[in-house]
Design a protein around this ligand. Structure first.
Ligand code: 13P
Ligand code: SF4
Length: 359
């Protein structure tokens, strides 16, 4: 739907008034009306880097979700203020790993005698407290673009992929499993799922000792909805279709697809696609619709027939953005995201480790 022209004009005026004092970041899953005002768009990895590369911007307006704004606060200087236009823009996956649960899980690993051979790896989609836990225990953050490099690095710290060491991967079990099996050649039997709602994670000591990948029981409510049946159906409907999905999809979906990768990978794959070819894309709908509009030379289908927006990403809309920009123009800083300094220190250790990974 077209945006309210008055609101568009107010956003334009406020944005112009802020000039270089503000920097507006937009995740690929944001609405078109918000992306129109983003100085840079990207996946979570690119946006973390972009935020860190703008030391002159006083106000970093993060059009994305809470954990991304936290990471931007950690990577920017104390003088910079990171603002999330709607504080209710969380991420259901990040909320599936609470710090108390993760501390308890580590105690379970200590009791099983495996903690010293385990490196924690947390997906960017986690709270600052979980990133700090990861930094304190010698691990790294990863994103969907570098999960295979991060896992290889983590295994190298405990004897290599061919050894007996382990990775505790949080909070997305699917990204962890898909990367371990398809990227590193581990088997499905090497992976166990730690369920924080069950005593001991629902695992026996023997299971923990035998496992190579201890996967946190978390998932993305958007990507977790695609099924292998969706892939079958689109192949029946569209002969010759190329199926391209995000690694937060289940292992069944990823193995049924032709290509798998982060949002930046998906964008590049369509940029490089043969004109006239057909694609079915399994990721968030705002992005798929924009890709379809940007590529009239391709046929771009949505992998599922039902609507699959990320509802929390969608909370950031033009009214919230206008309100935020106008507050900043008026000298007020609304919805500032500030991470506890000790957590920020250790989370930065884990984030810097990620930024130092090869590739
Ligand atoms: P990327 O931006 O790393 O592809 O992750 C997708 C996602 O779900 C962000 O919330
Ligand atoms: Fe979280 Fe999934 Fe939304 Fe990304 S798409 S913010 S992982 S719920």
């Amino acid at each position: 739907a077209a945006s309210d022209p008055d609101l568009v004009e107010r956003a334009r005026v406020a944005r112009a008034a802020l000039g270089d004092r503000a920097f507006v970041l937009g995740h690929h899953y944001q609405r078109d009306e918000v992306i129109a005002f983003a100085d840079v768009t990207g996946d979570s990895f690119k946006l973390a880097r972009e935020a860190a590369a703008r030391p002159d911007a006083e106000h970093v307006v993060f059009c994305g979700v809470h954990f991304m704004a936290e990471s931007a606060d950690i990577l920017t200087s104390d003088a910079q203020q990171v603002v999330l236009p709607d504080l209710a823009a969380g991420c259901s996956m990040a909320d599936m790993a609470a710090i108390d649960q993760v501390e308890d899980a580590w105690d379970v690993l200590v009791d099983a005698g495996v903690a010293q051979d385990t490196v924690p790896v947390t997906y960017m989609n986690s709270t600052a407290a979980i990133k700090a836990f990861t930094g304190r225990h010698g691990g790294t953050v990863c994103t969907s673009s570098n999960a295979h490099v991060a896992l290889r690095w983590a295994f190298d710290r405990v004897g290599g992929v061919g050894g007996r060491g382990k990775v505790l991967f949080m909070p997305d079990q699917h990204l962890g499993r898909n990367t371990a099996v398809l990227g590193l050649g581990l088997s499905l039997d090497d992976c166990v799922v730690y369920d924080p709602r069950r005593p001991g994670g629902g695992l026996t000591t023997q299971q923990l000792r035998d496992a190579r990948m201890i996967l946190w029981r978390g998932h993305c409510s958007v990507h977790g909805r695609f099924s292998a049946r969706n892939v079958e159906q689109v192949r029946e409907r569209v002969p010759g279709v190329n199926v391209l999905v995000h690694p937060e999809c289940t292992h069944d979906v990823v193995t049924a697809a032709d290509m798998v990768g982060s949002t930046e990978y998906i964008i590049k794959a369509l940029d490089a696609a043969e004109p006239g070819s057909s694609w079915a894309v399994g990721t968030e709908l705002n992005l798929v619709r924009r890709l379809a509009a940007a590529h009239p030379e391709l046929t771009v289908h949505y992998l599922d027939s039902t609507v699959c927006f990320c509802s929390t990403m969608n909370r950031i809309d033009l009214p919230h953005l206008v309100w935020t920009l106008e507050q900043l123009v008026a000298g007020r800083v609304p919805n500032r995201i500030v991470v506890d300094p000790d957590d920020a220190h250790w989370a930065r250790v884990a984030l810097d480790q990620m930024l130092a990974l090869p590739g």
